[in-house]
Design a protein around this ligand. Structure first.
Ligand SMILES: [Zn+2]
Ligand SMILES: [Zn+2]
Ligand SMILES: [Zn+2]
Length: 165
């Protein structure tokens, strides 16, 4: 994605561009896969993308209800499932929340830097890490098919706050 990248999450940037790019990519990917990006699914994606801080299903539910959408939990979970299946969002297990994929459409596994203080998440996509994990797994006779790495720490801004305080 031109201009937008995973490293942008921790640096000041015009987030409207992230949202715009994410929605455009979603439309393209859904068209390619004959997936129907309904208004509700699109809105759920927008809500996940409203910042780089992962959003829980409950927050999405409440927001949709407030906007007059069908805010029944199964509907929201199905929308999230659809977005996950199309690689448009990721689930951050440790936060039980969802974050927009920084490079949808590309075959990749999830590697996330998660700031423990502000909870913003940056997505990495380092093929070297994938290879290292698959290689280690293979040495144990294990065939890995799914990997999600969640790395905790402090983002640059929170490190500064730490030093200032
Ligand atoms: Zn952004
Ligand atoms: Zn991703
Ligand atoms: Zn932070």
């Amino acid at each position: 994605m031109a201009g937008g990248g995973p490293d942008h999450a921790f640096t000041p940037h015009d987030h409207r561009r992230c949202i715009k790019a994410a929605l455009a990519e979603a439309q393209r990917i859904c068209r390619e896969h004959n997936g129907r990006l309904t208004e509700q699914r699109k809105r759920v994606l927008e809500l996940v993308w409203r910042s780089h801080k992962p959003v829980g299903a409950y927050v999405i539910l409440e927001q949709l209800r407030a906007e007059g959408f069908n805010g029944a939990p199964p509907t929201v979970y199905r929308a999230l499932e659809f977005l996950l299946e199309h690689g448009l969002i990721h689930r951050i297990e440790s936060l039980n929340a969802y974050t927009g994929c920084a490079h949808p459409g590309a075959q990749h596994t999830g590697q996330f830097l998660i700031c423990s203080r502000c909870q913003q998440v940056a997505e990495l996509d380092d093929p070297k890490v994938n290879r290292a994990i698959n290689g280690s797994a293979a040495r144990h006779g294990f065939e890995a098919d799914h990997q999600v790495i969640e790395i905790r720490g402090l983002c640059p801004r929170c490190q500064e706050d730490n030093h200032a305080g």
